[in-house]
Ligand binder design. Sequence first.
Ligand SMILES: [Zn+2]
Length: 64
Amino acid sequence: ILCPVNAQHRCKANGCDLSDSRLVREERETTQKRLPRTHHYNHDDLLLNTNQMRSGVYIQKFRP
Ligand SMILES: [Zn+2]
């Protein structure tokens, strides 16, 4: 492993929405409360963040 990378999903282009939900945990217990969670469409459409300065020596060669 040379360095960590930051890959972000292109949510706007793929029309991702908040149609998923997750259960809320309180005081180490799962409740029946739910909070909205992002539903990603087209999971493989990721964007590599090449602007991160940390580990730039490895990341910069992927810049367009
Ligand atoms: Zn998304």
